[in-house]
Design a protein around this ligand. Structure first.
Ligand SMILES: [Zn+2]
Length: 397
């Protein structure tokens, strides 16, 4: 090798080593880093900065000052002029996604963030920087938030924290992540949820909604309502519908369309059945029913077919709106045959999404998934952002 080539190789190796050097954030309980957060950052970003300060101190004993001007070496929190100058941006990151990058001695922790009074196009929020900070705290500080409140924190002790030269990024798989019925309005539970990266960039409305077909419709359209013992049942209480009836599907779609007409900013309409029994016993509906693994009635195929039928009609006028429906109760188990929930993410943008909560069996899903009859999990077959929705509890049972 010629001397000049050798020099070039050595120089390149030296530069690479310099660029790839890990960041010593805390050494023996001391740090010269600051946490920089822009004054105009959304409150979720400021919270992320505080969380970082709190847990770095709890883990190492070093309290990094939070400052409003960039000052190296720093932990730069949120997307701002300093991160842009370092060419660490949120470009290409999905909503609520996160990025943690090392540049020289600086750390950049950021993600797409909605302003305090801003919503995503689908009615939610994006707290990407907060998610990034929580990911960082878990991954590099070893903290775990096992339950809400300070007693739920697991905080290891470390005298030194070194961050490898990395550029990590990712995003939540589901656009809507909630754990309901856990006293979620309490401050400590909200905080715990945020640390678990719960949240939603897509607002879903999925409550029981078969009252979208008014009982008065029975007079002219008894065949829209459930049959029992050979007769159509006048709707009272938690009445059921005949989900295979084309007129009913059209009427339900018209109700959704009328809702979106009257509420242009609304992003979602619910297709979820009423609670309790009373499923239609007409020949068309019964032909779709199955036994679940416990030998009980499963109406899942009929419900999914209904969801898809309504979604298809609504998409003709509102291809960007979301239709949501429970996977729950007598329709919580997967059908015996793999079933595509909706022709999602097609060019016409049709989609139906489902969400499950308080489910007692394998459940859940999202548009663009195939629901496997033998599995307790759904496999995403169309992992594009707009198709990833939903959430569940208990799906590991
Ligand atoms: Zn029926």
């Amino acid at each position: 090798m010629k001397p000049c080539a050798l020099m070039l190789c050595l120089l390149t190796a030296t530069l690479t080593a310099a660029l790839a050097a890990p960041v010593a954030l805390v050494v023996d309980g001391k740090s010269d880093h600051v946490i920089y957060c822009d004054t105009n950052a959304p409150s979720s970003v400021k919270t992320a900065a505080t969380e970082l300060q709190t847990y770095v101190e709890q883990v190492t004993g070093a309290k990094l000052p939070v400052v409003n001007e960039p000052k190296e070496p720093m932990v730069c929190v949120g997307a701002n002029a300093a991160s842009t100058a370092a060419r660490v941006t949120t470009d290409g990151l999905a909503l609520e996604g996160w990025r943690v990058a090392v540049r020289g001695r600086n750390l950049y922790i950021l993600g797409p963030d909605t302003a305090d009074d801003e919503q995503t196009p689908q009615g939610g929020t994006s707290n990407g920087t907060r998610n990034a900070a929580c990911m960082f705290i878990e991954k590099f500080l070893g903290v775990r938030w096992l339950m809400p409140g300070p007693h739920g924190d697991y905080v290891p002790k470390m005298a030194s924290v070194t961050i490898p030269d990395q550029d990590l990024q990712g995003a939540p798989f589901f656009l809507n992540r909630r754990v309901p019925y856990i006293q979620e309005n309490r401050a400590e539970v909200k905080q715990w949820g945020a640390r678990q990266r719960l949240g939603l960039s897509l607002s879903l409305y999925h409550s029981h909604n078969w009252t979208a077909i008014k009982p008065e419709a029975f007079t002219q359209h008894p065949d829209w309502f459930a049959e029992s013992g050979g007769v159509r049942v006048p709707p009272t209480g938690r009445y059921k519908l005949c989900v295979t009836n084309p007129g009913l599907i059209r009427a339900f779609a018209d109700a959704a369309i009328a809702y979106f007409d009257a509420n242009p900013k609304a992003t979602c309409f619910s297709l979820s059945p009423a609670d309790s029994a009373g499923w239609c016993e007409c020949a068309h509906c019964k032909a779709l029913y199955e036994d679940d693994p416990n030998g009980d009635l499963s109406v899942t195929p009929a419900i999914i077919q209904f969801y898809n039928g309504v979604a298809k009609l609504v998409a003709e006028k509102y291809p960007q709106k979301v239709l949501a429906g429970y996977i729950y109760a007598a329709y919580v188990y997967p059908p015996s045959q793999p079933f595509k929930l909706a022709p999602t993410c097609s060019s016409c943008g049709r989609r139906a999404s489902t969400t499950a909560s308080r489910s007692t069996g394998p459940s859940c899903s999202s548009a663009g998934t195939i629901w496997h009859p033998s599995g307790s999990r759904l496999r995403a077959t169309s992992p594009t952002t707009t198709c990833r929705i939903a959430c569940t509890t208990n799906w590991a049972r």
